[in-house]
Design a protein around this ligand. Structure first.
Ligand SMILES: Nc1ncnc2c1ncn2[C@@H]1O[C@H](COP(=O)(O)OP(=O)(O)OP(=O)(O)O)[C@@H](O)[C@H]1O
Ligand SMILES: [Mg+2]
Length: 344
C-alpha cells in the first residue's frame, strides 16, 4: 500500500436475497467494506459464505432473481464518484465500468467464455470497447497479454475456441481478459486455483507488478491463507454473509480476535509441524434462511456462553486502529470510546 487512505470502493449495508420455495435466502447480510487505492484486500471465509455473490453484486452481474439492497460507491480512475447498485442490468453505464474501472476474474473459467466465439476474440472485446477500435491493434495487444499470462503459441491459440483449451489454459485466458485494460480495481475470485504452483507464483507476481505500474486496487478472494500472507495488505473474514473481522494481514495472523478467524488460522497445516491430527472448525455454516437474531457462529463457537444467547447478533466494532471484529467478547469489553466507533 502506498500509505494514502483514499477509498476507491465503498460498500455499505449490502444485502443480497433470493426467494426460494423454502423461504427467503439471504446469503449476504449487511456488508460494509472499503477498498483503498493501491491496496490488496483479501476476502476469506468458508465455502458458501457469500464471497462470490458479494463481489458479483459490485459489478452488477448477479442473476436477476437476486435482490440487492444497500449501496456500492465507486470512485473511478478519473476520480469520478458513481453509485453502482441500481444501474440497469446489462445497461450501457455498467458495461462502460466493467473491464476498465472494475474487472473481475471469475471463479469458473469454463462457464465464463461463450462457446461460440474464439478465445482471442473474447479477450480482445474489452480492448475494442475501452482502448481502440482498430482490430489489428486489439489483436496485437491480446496476443501480447496471452503470452504474458503464460499461454504458449498465443498467435495460434487466439484463433481457437474455448473447448480447445484445457481448464488451466482457460483460467489464464480469463486472467488475460480481466487484466488487458489495466483495470483501476480488480476483483480476483480464486484466480489461481486451477493452475500449477509455478504459474500461480508468476500470476501473483504479475498482479503485483501491474499494481505497482498502474496503481490497481485488488480484492482477492481465496481459501489459501498462504497467498493472503504473501500478497494482501488487509484481510476481511466473512461468515454467513457478514464480515466478522477485518484487519491488516500482520494483525490478523498475530492477533486474530474472532474465534472463527482463530479457527481458520489454526486449520492451516504447517510444514514440519508435529500435529498428529489436522485442526478443523467443528460443524457447518448454517443456511442463511430463517435465522434468529443471534450470533450466526454461536453453535460452532468454542467461547460461547449463555449470555451470548440473550444478545442480538453482534456488529463490527473497532478494537484498535484498523482492526474491527463482530463478537460479544469485544462489544462488551471494548473501551467505551472504541465502542462509540461501532461500524454499521
Ligand atoms: N443461483 C443460486 N440460487 C440459490 N442459492 C444460491 C445461488 N447462487 C449462490 N447461492 C447460495 O448463496 C450462498 C453464497 O454463495 P457464494 O457463491 O457467494 O459462496 P462463496 O463464498 O463464493 O463460496 P465458495 O468459496 O464455494 O466459492 C451459498 O449458500 C449458495 O448456495
Ligand atoms: Mg465463490
Amino acid at each position: 500500500m502506498n500509505g494514502t487512505k483514499d477509498s476507491v470502493l465503498e460498500v455499505k449495508k449490502l444485502s443480497i436475497s433470493i426467494k426460494l420455495d423454502e423461504g427467503l435466502l439471504t446469503p449476504v447480510r449487511g456488508v460494509d467494506l472499503q477498498l483503498y487505492r493501491n491496496e490488496t484486500l483479501g476476502l476469506v471465509g468458508e465455502s458458501g459464505c457469500g464471497k462470490s455473490l458479494l463481489c458479483k453484486a459490485v459489478i452488477g452481474i448477479n442473476d436477476k432473481k437476486f435482490k440487492s439492497e444497500g449501496s456500492v460507491h465507486l470512485v473511478d480512475e478519473n476520480g469520478k464518484a458513481k453509485e453502482l447498485l441500481g444501474l440497469q442490468f446489462g445497461g450501457k453505464e455498467i458495461r462502460s465500468i466493467r473491464g476498465k474501472s472494475i474487472s473481475m476474474i471469475f471463479q469458473e473459467p469454463m462457464s465464463s467464455f461463450s462457446p461460440l466465439f474464439t478465445v482471442g476474440h473474447q479477450i480482445s472485446e474489452n480492448v475494442r470497447l475501452h482502448v481502440t477500435r482498430d482490430k489489428q491493434e486489439a489483436r496485437r495487444m491480446t496476443i501480447k497479454m496471452m503470452q504474458k499470462v503464460g499461454i504458449a503459441n498465443a498467435e495460434q491459440r487466439y484463433k481457437q475456441y474455448p473447448h480447445e483449451f484445457s481448464g488451466g489454459m482457460l483460467q489464464r485466458s480469463l486472467i488475460a481478459m480481466a487484466l488487458i485494460c489495466q483495470p483501476h480495481i480488480l476483483i480476483a475470485d480464486e484466480p489461481t486455483t486451477a493452475l500449477d504452483v509455478t504459474i500461480q507464483a508468476q500470476i501473483l507476481q504479475m498482479l503485483k507488478n501491474l499494481q505497482k505500474d498502474v496503481g490497481m486496487s485488488i480484492i482477492y478472494i481465496t481459501h489459501d491463507l498462504g497467498t493472503v500472507a504473501q500478497i494482501c495488505d488487509r484481510v476481511a473474514v466473512m461468515y454467513l454473509g457478514k464480515i466478522i473481522e477485518i484487519a491488516t494481514v500482520d494483525e490478523i495472523f498475530k492477533n486474530p480476535l474472532h474465534p472463527y478467524t482463530e479457527g481458520l488460522i489454526h486449520s492451516v497445516h504447517k510444514i514440519g509441524g508435529k500435529t498428529e491430527r489436522l485442526f478443523s472448525i467443528e460443524g457447518f455454516v448454517p443456511l442463511a434462511m430463517n435465522l434468529d437474531n443471534r450470533c450466526g457462529f454461536y453453535d460452532r463457537c468454542t467461547r460461547r456462553n449463555k449470555e451470548c444467547l440473550t444478545l442480538p447478533e453482534p456488529h463490527l466494532v473497532q478494537t484498535s486502529e484498523g482492526h474491527s471484529v463482530a463478537c460479544y467478547k469485544y462489544t462488551n469489553n471494548s473501551k467505551p470510546e472504541l465502542l462509540a466507533k461501532e461500524v454499521g
